[in-house]
Design a protein around this ligand. Structure first.
Ligand SMILES: Nc1ncnc2c1ncn2[C@@H]1O[C@H](COP(=O)(O)OP(=O)(O)OP(=O)(O)O)[C@@H](O)[C@H]1O
Ligand SMILES: [Mg+2]
Length: 442
C-alpha cells in the first residue's frame, strides 16, 4: 500500500483517479492545485504524486520543482492534455518520473503504479541491505567543522548545484560524493566516476566525451563517453585538478550549458547530469601557476565542501574505528571485533597522514593478524608505534630507509597498487620489486 496525492483542477479526474486507487487499497488524498498539493506535501510524506500540469495558482511544473526540493524521495508523475515533447523533456529533466497524456486509461495508471511501487520497494531494500552490511558511511560528526560541511552536503544534495569537494587524500571525498548522489533525486540514476589522473590526455577526452568513428586511429565505431553514461544521474570528476587545460574549457562548457561534442563530431549534444568534482590539491595554487582555469574553479565551487583531515577531528576517531570494525566483521562474517585499550591509545596518538583510508587499512590488516577478536597493539602496523614525527624524520635515516618508509606510507594510504604506483611516480612492476625488497608485501 502506498500514500498517494492526486492534484487536478478538474474534480472529475481527481475523484475518479482517487477512488480507483483507493479501491486498490492505497491511501489517497486530493488537491485542487499546486498550492493545495504543496500544503499536503508539507504535512506528510507521499510515495507518489500524480499532478496535472495546467492549473490555476501553481502549475504542475512548479509543484514538481518544489517537491523535488522539499521531498526528494517522493515520486512525481505528471498528467497533461497539452502534451508536447518539450514539456515532457523539461518535466523529466526537472525530476518527474513519468508523464501521462490525457485522456489515459486505468490500465496506464496500473502500469505506472506498478513500476513506481516496485522501484520504491527496491530502493528500500537496497538501503536496508547496505545498512545491514555496515556499508553506509558515518555521516555524523562530533566535530564542528565537519558537522557544518556535512550539513552543507545534505542541503545541497537535492538540487542540481555543482559541488566541489576538497580535502587531503583519504578524508572521504569519494564517499561523500556518492552519498550526495544517494541523497539526491537522481539516486536511482547512474553514478559515474571518472578519475582524471588515470588516463593520457587524448584518451581522457574520448573517455569523457566519447568519439565518432574515424576520429582517430583505432576509433572503429562511434562510442559514447562517461558524460553520456551519466545522463539522468551524477558525474563524479575525481582529481579534477589533474584535468589538462584544454579539457578544462570543455568541462566548463558542460557545466555551464550542459553541452559537449564527441571527439571528431560536428554536432553538439546536450546531457542532463549533475557534476560533483573532487580534488586534494590546492587549486588556488594551480590557478596562480596557470595550470587551472579560474572561471572553471568558480563554476565548480558553487557549493564548496572541505573535508577536514582526521587529525583535526580526533573526537570522531572512536566512532570511526567502531564503525570500520563492525564493517570488517560483517564482511568476513565473524563475531564482533574489538580493540584493546593500549591499541586504541596508539590510534589516538598517531597523526593519520592518510586519514580515514589509512585508518581503514590499518584496521583491516589488524583484523587479519589478530589471533582472537580483540585487536592488540602488536597487530597494528609498525609506523603507528613510532613517536610523532619519526615517520617523516629524514635527518637520521639512510636514503633507503627513507624510501622504505615513504613507500610504506603511500601503500597504506592507497587502495590499490596501481594507485600507490601512480602517486609514487613509478610503474607497478617497480613498486612490486621494491615492496619485495623492503618486505612490505603483506
Ligand atoms: N564517513 C566515512 N564513513 C566510513 N568510512 C569512511 C568515511 N570516510 C572515509 N571512509 C573510509 O575511508 C576510505 C577513503 O575514503 P575516500 O575514498 O572517500 O577518500 P578520498 O578523500 O576520496 O581520497 P582520495 O583523495 O585519495 O581519492 C573509504 O574507502 C572508506 O573506507
Ligand atoms: Mg577519492
Amino acid at each position: 500500500m502506498a500514500t498517494i496525492l492526486v492534484t487536478d483542477d478538474e474534480a472529475n479526474i481527481r475523484n475518479h483517479l482517487a477512488s480507483y486507487m483507493q479501491s486498490l487499497g492505497h491511501e489517497v488524498e486530493t488537491a485542487e492545485d499546486g498550492v493545495g498539493a504543496l500544503a499536503a506535501v508539507g504535512r506528510r510524506r507521499f510515495d507518489l504524486v500524480f499532478s496535472d500540469v495546467r492549473m490555476a495558482r501553481m502549475d504542475g511544473l512548479k509543484l514538481l520543482a518544489e517537491i523535488v526540493r522539499r521531498a526528494p524521495e517522493t515520486t512525481v508523475v505528471l498528467m497533461t492534455a497539452y502534451a508536447t515533447v518539450a514539456q515532457a523533456v523539461e518535466a523529466i529533466r526537472v525530476g518527474a518520473y513519468d508523464y501521462l497524456v490525457k485522456p489515459f486509461g486505468l490500465d496506464q495508471v496500473d502500469t505506472v503504479l506498478g513500476r513506481v511501487l516496485e522501484l520504491q520497494t527496491l530502493r528500500r531494500e537496497n538501503r536496508r541491505l547496505r545498512a545491514a552490511a555496515g556499508e553506509s558511511p558515518i555521516l555524523t560528526s562530533e566535530n564542528r567543522a565537519m558537522q557544518q560541511e556535512l550539513d552543507t552536503a545534505r542541503r545541497a544534495a537535492p538540487s542540481d548545484a555543482v559541488v566541489l569537494l576538497t580535502g587531503e587524500s583519504g578524508t572521504g571525498k569519494t564517499v561523500l560524493a556518492r552519498q550526495i548522489h544517494d541523497w539526491s533525486r537522481r539516486a536511482n540514476g547512474p553514478f559515474v566516476t571518472i578519475a582524471c589522473t588515470t588516463l593520457a590526455e587524448h584518451l581522457l577526452e574520448s573517455e569523457l566525451f566519447g568519439h565518432v568513428r574515424g576520429a582517430f586511429t583505432g576509433a572503429h565505431k562511434d562510442k559514447a563517453g562517461r558524460v553520456e553514461a551519466a545522463a539522468g544521474g551524477t558525474l563524479f570528476l575525481d582529481e579534477v585538478g589533474e584535468l589538462p587545460l584544454e579539457l578544462q574549457g570543455k568541462l566548463l562548457r558542460l557545466v555551464e550549458e550542459h553541452c559537449f561534442e564527441r571527439v571528431g563530431a560536428t554536432t553538439t549534444a546536450t546531457v542532463d547530469t549533475r557534476v560533483i568534482a573532487a580534488t586534494n590539491r590546492a587549486l588556488e595554487r594551480d590557478i596562480a601557476a596557470g595550470r587551472f582555469r579560474e572561471d572553471l574553479f568558480f563554476r565548480l565551487n558553487v557549493i564548496g565542501i572541505r573535508l577536514p583531515p582526521l587529525r583535526e577531528r580526533p573526537e570522531d576517531l572512536d566512532a570511526l574505528v567502531d564503525h570500520l570494525l563492525a564493517r570488517l566483521a560483517a564482511r568476513d562474517r565473524r563475531t564482533a571485533l574489538c580493540l584493546a585499550p593500549d591499541a586504541r591509545a596508539i590510534l589516538h596518538a598517531y597523526a593519520w597522514p592518510g586519514n580515514v583510508r589509512e585508518l581503514a587499512n590499518a584496521l583491516e590488516r589488524a583484523a587479519v593478524l589478530t589471533r582472537g577478536d580483540e585487536i592488540e597493539a602488536e597487530d597494528l602496523p609498525d609506523r603507528l608505534h613510532a613517536p610523532p614525527g619519526a615517520a617523516t624524520d629524514s635527518a637520521t635515516g639512510s636514503l633507503e630507509d627513507l624510501e622504505k618508509r615513504h613507500i610504506e606510507r603511500v601503500l597504506a594510504e592507497s587502495t590499490t597498487l596501481e594507485e600507490a604506483a601512480a602517486r609514487l611516480g613509478i610503474d607497478v612492476t617497480t613498486l612490486w620489486r621494491k615492496r619485495k625488497r623492503y618486505r612490505l608485501d603483506w
